[in-house]
Design a protein around this ligand. Structure first.
Ligand code: APR
Length: 311
């Protein structure tokens, strides 16, 4: 009997709503956009797909936040996407205002939602939503790591010539060029990836993953949506089913990994309360160094956001 709101009915938001509807895990999905007709139209279209694909999820949409009342989960995808030549951080001032405004509107109609942020620059937009919401930090987190590992897993599957289903991977750090890949924690049906892929090839795949978002921006003139939308939906599904799936998510570290008050990617268990646990890995010296650099890069943008005095 759950309700999920997706704010932003653009490429990522609509894809996310579509994947969620197909999963048939919630009673209702609400799409909200400043372009109310776009949200209403896409919700209607996905609802009309239900008899074809066979799901019961009801969809509605518009620009009125009253529609979102008593949502269990809110997924924020509102914002402008990246264009060629832009970094994720270039989006900060535009998207920060949007994310803060959206969060304030949501809180008017739902007291204690779980908020999943997808808008970029991801780590800082998650911080912005958390700050604007005043919610417990276990209830506000961001989607980046599932997407980054998905890209990495897809590239590895291509290289090995196996199904991407058999590739398990974990990474940490910020969503961007400073992400921290952990090939030590990558397996192919239990086999360490290093036994199947040569170091040079693995390094090249890691490098391609770091710039995986940019590769798509260059191809399409805008940022990706199928994998990002599905990844955000996957987080919501683990929460709705209280599955405690372990995913890399952008969370507020509170001393774990000796990092405090910074939102970065780490392995977490996702269940009905949101972040049920942040898993602590024993990182090696070089991995810790990469993570610290990544956290420092995120902190710089968090400070820039604080300087904007938006929330
Ligand atoms: N409130 C609600 N919706 C908004 C607002 C707002 N204040 N501002 C913009 N939007 C809506 C736009 O009207 C648009 O429909 O957000 C939607 C964004 O959709 P797209 O332009 O298609 O962008 P998309 O590719 O979905 O990316 C959205 O997700 O992955 C990130 O970097 C990406 O930050 C970007 C976000």
């Amino acid at each position: 009997m759950s309700k999920v709101t997706v704010v932003g009915a653009g490429n990522v938001g609509a894809t996310c709503a579509n994947v969620l509807a197909h999963a048939d895990v919630c009673k209702e999905v609400v799409l909200i956009d400043i372009n109310g007709n776009l949200a209403k139209g896409k919700a209607l279209d996905i609802w009309q797909q239900a008899p074809v694909d066979g799901y019961s999820t009801r969809l509605s949409g518009g620009d009125d936040y009253a529609l979102t009342a008593n949502s269990d989960i809110v997924i924020i995808t509102a914002g402008v996407p990246r264009k060629p030549g832009m970094s994720r951080d270039d989006l900060i001032s535009t998207n920060a205002k949007i994310v803060v405004g959206v969060t304030q509107n949501i809180l008017k109609y739902t007291k204690n939602p779980i908020i999943i942020v997808v808008s970029n620059p991801l780590d800082v937009m998650t911080y912005a939503a958390w700050k604007a919401s005043g919610l417990n930090d276990k209830r506000v987190f961001g989607m980046a790591g599932i997407l980054d590992t998905a890209r990495y897993r897809a590239f590895l599957a291509e290289e090995i010539g196996c199904s991407p289903k058999d590739i398990q991977a974990m990474l940490m750090g910020g969503h961007g060029d400073t992400m921290v890949p952990l090939p030590r924690y990558t397996t192919v049906s239990g086999i360490p990836v290093t036994e199947l892929v040569k170091k040079e090839k693995l390094d090249a795949i890691i490098e391609r993953t770091k710039f995986g978002g940019g590769e798509l921006v260059n191809l399409m003139g805008t940022s990706a949506w199928y994998a990002p939308g599905a990844a955000a939906a996957q987080m919501a599904i683990s929460i709705l089913r209280d599955e405690n799936r372990i995913y890399p998510c952008c969370v507020r570290l509170n001393g774990q990994y000796k990092i405090k008050d910074i939102f970065v990617g780490a392995p977490v268990k996702l269940g009905k309360k949101g972040v049920q646990e942040i898993i602590k890995l024993r990182l090696k010296k070089d991995e810790t160094e990469l993570l610290n650099n990544s956290a420092a890069a995120v902190k710089e943008v968090m400070d820039a956001f604080d300087g904007m005095n938006l929330s």
